[in-house]
Design a protein around this ligand. Structure first.
Ligand code: NAD
Length: 347
């Protein structure tokens, strides 16, 4: 592979850090510049295994600030833009403004920096399938489907996709967009369902299951997502959007995923705490057509049952990674969301 300098934003988060580790491991010609603001979701421990590499540089940079981006953007060949506010539940409270500022404003700022300082670079916008909104079974929207985002999170991501593509059409920049389904795996901040349920179960806390557990997500192992991004950087076409997803058959409800986690841990379902009512902004079902990226040669390689087992084992074996995260800011969020800070105190 030719040498390339890859600027990664949000590379201390869950997916971005997996991508950084994978890229450095698989491409000896790649240099990584990781720009991350280290918000509550950014964790230097996620990239500890690569921080001594001579091909890795980290800088604490806010992607909303064009002037701070300039020295980094002007020396890169590729930009992979992960940095975002990513948790739907946080976007449905009074925090929605930060989703617009980071996800829309941050995407604009980095594209504008690329337009000004490095217009020959390639830009990949890491998007989400949630922009398609609620998808009725058995439909699976392709990349031409109407965007119908339900939450401020998915609406901000849809806006970011449009801004990215507008820079391709208006300025002729080399821009492409991926839209992936829900990811799971190691190093995911324990506010998201799978690590939340695994770590709560390990701590003897209840598992707050909303909406009767009927909602359906097309869970994809994070490494499969990062392999899709690597392929798109090499083979994706400018101006195009590519859905990425597991296309699980049969589809899994959240209740079934919860049961799989409990089975791995040997816990009874009595620890599940049903939460009544629908969470605002949450869709019932997501699914996407992945024919377009499969035609480029990508497919998910990891089985969901094995992936869940490995993920449960990872969180069981890495308590020193997640236990410190479940304090401070996390507890304030958990208390507001679930009213359970008092229970965490008891443990
Ligand atoms: N998690 C999923 O299931 C999923 C699925 C599809 C797409 N995505 C998208 O993938 C991307 C990464 O998701 P994730 O789950 O790894 O998120 P995450 O919340 O784990 O990480 C986000 C990272 O962005 C950084 N960040 C936030 N604001 C920043 C700013 N202003 N400047 C610089 N850095 C900033 C954070 O510090 C953190 O390291 C997001 O764009 C998300 O929308 C996520």
């Amino acid at each position: 592979m030719a040498d390339r300098r890859v600027l990664v934003t949000g590379g201390c988060g869950f997916i971005g850090s997996c991508f950084v580790r994978m890229l450095l491991d698989r491409d000896p010609g790649a240099e990584v510049m990781n720009l991350d603001l280290l918000t509550y979701a950014g964790n230097p421990a996620n990239v500890a295994s690569v921080e001594r590499s001579s091909r890795y540089t980290f800088a604490r940079v806010d992607v909303r600030e064009i002037a701070s981006l300039k020295p980094w953007v002007e020396q890169c060949d590729v930009i992979v833009h992960f940095a975002a506010e990513s948790h739907v539940d946080r976007s449905t409270s009074e925090n929605a403004g930060s989703f617009v500022e980071t996800n829309v404003g941050g995407t604009f700022a980095i594209l504008e920096a690329m337009r000004r300082y490095q217009p020959e670079a390639r830009f990949l916008q890491v998007g989400t399938d949630e922009v398609y909104g609620d998808v009725e079974a058995p439909q699976a929207p392709d990349e031409m489907a109407l965007l119908r985002p339900s939450s401020p999170y998915s609406a901000s991501k849809a806006a970011a996709d449009h801004i990215a593509l507008s820079f391709e059409r208006t300025h002729g920049l080399d821009v492409l967009v991926s839209r992936c389904t829900n990811n799971y795996g190691p190093y995911q901040y324990p506010e998201k369902m799978i690590p939340l349920f695994i770590t709560n179960a390990l701590e003897g806390l209840p598992l707050p299951l909303y909406d009767g557990g009927t909602q359906i997500r097309d869970w994809l192992r994070v490494e499969d997502h990062c392999e899709a991004i690597l392929l798109l950087l090499d083979s994706g076409a400018s101006g195009e959007v590519y859905n990425v997803g597991a296309n699980q058959e049969p589809e899994k409800t959240n209740a079934e995923v919860t049961q799989m986690i409990l089975d791995c841990l040997g816990h009874s379902e009595s620890v599940v705490e049903p939460r009544l009512g629908l969470r605002p902004g949450h869709d019932q079902r997501y699914a996407v057509s992945t024919e377009k990226i499969r035609a480029l040669g990508w497919k998910p390689r990891r089985d969901f049952s094995e992936g869940i087992e490995e993920t449960v084992r990872w969180y069981s074996d890495h308590r020193t990674w997640w236990m410190p995260l479940k304090s401070g800011e996390y507890r304030a969020f958990y208390d507001a969301q679930y009213g359970r800070a008092a229970e965490i105190d008891k443990v």
